[in-house]
Design a protein around this ligand. Structure first.
Ligand SMILES: CC(C)(COP(=O)(O)OP(=O)(O)OC[C@H]1O[C@@H](n2cnc3c(N)ncnc32)[C@H](O)[C@@H]1OP(=O)(O)O)[C@@H](O)C(=O)NCCC(=O)NCCS
Length: 142
């Protein structure tokens, strides 16, 4: 059975390991802990018999901003990411915003397939190893 539920404090360590296995840059490894108690920030996990992915997002009034979403490698491209997006869409919201590296074509395709539209570019938003990388701003609107 596939479940999408809120992450509990005692799952922090597992989540940190999952983040490390999915992302080169572990933006949240240090910070994740502090997010557990912050009201508008939500952390959900998707699990079968084990945790296979997670999403971190802000939920303020009728808007969501996705900060980070990841599915572990062997489970990618099997619709799990889409299940997470669909569950977020069921919140009582009007818009979902996010930013993604212009170089992350897999993720961009994933969001476009899930109905997001390109709304702009943030120049030099991410630190690359040699130079800065632009971010694509995407929006899903009901
Ligand atoms: C991006 C991510 C969350 C998508 O979740 P997912 O469960 O793999 O995606 P789904 O199976 O729900 O959706 C599949 C669609 O996403 C895109 N996609 C996902 N993985 C892909 C891959 N390896 N190559 C090309 N397209 C890919 C395609 O559009 C695909 O549709 P298709 O199979 O019909 O071509 C997941 O692949 C992931 O964690 N990637 C690494 C981390 C990352 O880049 N996160 C996003 C940062 S903002």
């Amino acid at each position: 059975m596939i479940k999408i539920t809120s992450v509990k404090k005692n799952e922090y360590f597992s989540l940190m390991k999952i983040e490390e296995s999915i992302f080169e840059k572990h933006v949240f490894t240090d910070k994740l802990k502090t997010y557990f108690n912050e009201g508008p920030i939500k952390i959900w996990k998707i699990s079968t018999t084990k945790i296979i992915g997670f999403v971190i997002f802000y939920h303020i009034q009728d808007e969501v901003e996705i900060i980070q979403i990841g599915i572990i490698k062997p489970y990618q491209r099997k619709n799990y990411g889409t299940l997470i997006i669909n569950k977020i869409k069921k919140l009582n919201i009007k818009k979902i915003f996010l930013e993604v590296s212009v170089k992350n074509s897999k993720a961009i395709n994933f969001y476009l397939k899930n109905g997001f539209k390109k709304i702009g570019i943030r120049e030099g938003y991410y630190e690359g190893s040699k130079y800065k990388i632009d971010a694509l701003r995407l929006l899903f609107e009901f």
